[in-house]
Design a protein around this ligand. Structure first.
Ligand code: PEP
Ligand code: MN
Length: 353
């Protein structure tokens, strides 16, 4: 898939931004959002016309009639317009309405049958297709979906990282698993990959930090949700900001040009960054368990530090470290620091009574 075309030239143009409401709700809402997006200097406008909802009975989008509002936004503000398609019928209606591109949502990417039907309907179409990651962190399922689109003849393809469903309570709505899009980048280096901080974070205050993290990790742009009145949005209200607020967030982001000869260095650094993110997530998970233990010890009146347990833990970590060539001093230092923090968290838990 070496001839997938990058959507734009990051080195000369800077990051690519796509923004707009989760859902197209009314003509007025679409046109107001589009005016705000254009005023923020963003050139591509997104709005969902057909909405995949977890449960029935929620707002499922206006459907095909809303495409006319997007077309009007394109005519009035000179924006490129994109929407989500999940079936050949959606695609046909979107193409007829003069859409510039479509995105495939996470739930659809997860289903090879649905992907194949869309790919078959795309044969011969001149459009751009953005493929969101599947719901589960499986890079091959994501690549398979991209390959189906590629086999239909489309060459303007990009990927959008929106995080992965999780049953664990984390700070994010969808777990970023940064290593998955980074692996995708390693396998398809010429393909544009954007990040979607709205769906990853699920909360508007996470848009700025997640956007910066994505740019720091080498993503070439962002797809972000914004709404003229976020709190009244009919879907994903808590993760949207106004177009003006989004403009401010984007202005605050730092991005760096990539020297052309630094590609391999960049790949190593992306890999390191992704490992570091995982380390932090694992440490957070470990501390959560430590707090659970603290609670248990409090209920049973047990001592917090049980020296014998710590000695055993250290001994087994050092043995494992030696067997894979890591220095025992290093492992001793790391585990002592982890243990110290774990004890501190347990003490906090015990004090709670
Ligand atoms: C969306 O972009 O509004 C959307 C439904 O996205 P996802 O498929 O990532 O949930
Ligand atoms: Mn949404």
């Amino acid at each position: 898939m070496k001839d997938i075309r990058p959507l734009f030239d990051y080195d000369t143009q800077g990051p690519l931004y796509i923004a707009g409401p989760c859902s197209a709700e009314s003509r007025e809402q679409v046109l107001t959002a589009a005016a705000g997006v254009a005023a923020a200097g963003i050139k591509t406008f997104r709005a969902g016309v057909w909405k995949p909802r977890t449960k029935p009975g929620l707002f499922e989008g206006i459907g095909a009639p809303a495409l006319e509002w997007l077309a009007e936004a394109k005519r009035t503000y000179g924006l490129n317009i994109i929407t989500e398609v999940a079936t050949p019928d959606h695609l046909e209606a979107a193409l007829k309405a003069g859409i510039d591109g479509v995105w495939i949502g996470a739930r659809t990417t997860t289903n090879p049958f649905a992907m194949q039907q869309i790919a078959d309907a795309l044969e011969g179409a001149e459009t751009t297709v953005l493929v969101k990651n599947p719901v589960i962190p499986d890079v091959n399922l994501w690549i398979g979906a991209i390959e189906r689109i590629y086999n239909s003849g489309v060459r303007s393809i990009a990927a959008v990282h929106r995080g992965f469903g999780t049953h664990q309570a984390t700070m994010h709505r969808n777990d970023p698993h940064w290593s998955v899009p980074i692996e995708l980048h390693r396998l398809l280096p010429q393909m544009t990959i954007l990040s979607d901080p709205s769906h990853i974070g699920g909360r508007r205050e996470l848009i700025a930090p997640l956007s910066q993290q994505a740019l720091d990790l080498g993503f070439e742009g962002l797809m972000v949700e914004c709404h003229p009145e976020p709190d009244t949005a009919l879907s994903d209200a808590s993760q949207q900001v106004t177009p003006e607020q989004l403009g401010e967030i984007l202005k605050s982001l730092a991005w760096r040009r990539t020297p052309v000869d630094a590609d391999s260095l960049r790949d190593y650094r992306l890999h390191i960054d992704s490992i570091d993110s995982r380390l932090i997530e694992l440490l957070a998970e470990r501390m959560e368990v430590a707090r659970g233990i603290g609670e248990l010890k409090r209920r049973h009146g047990m001592a917090i530090v049980q020296r014998e347990r710590f000695n055993k833990l250290l001994e087994s970590a050092e043995n494992r470290a030696t067997s894979i060539g890591l220095s025992t001093t290093f492992i001793h230092q790391i585990f002592s620091a982890i243990h110290e923090e774990s004890v501190r968290q347990q003490v906090d838990e015990v004090k709670k009574k």
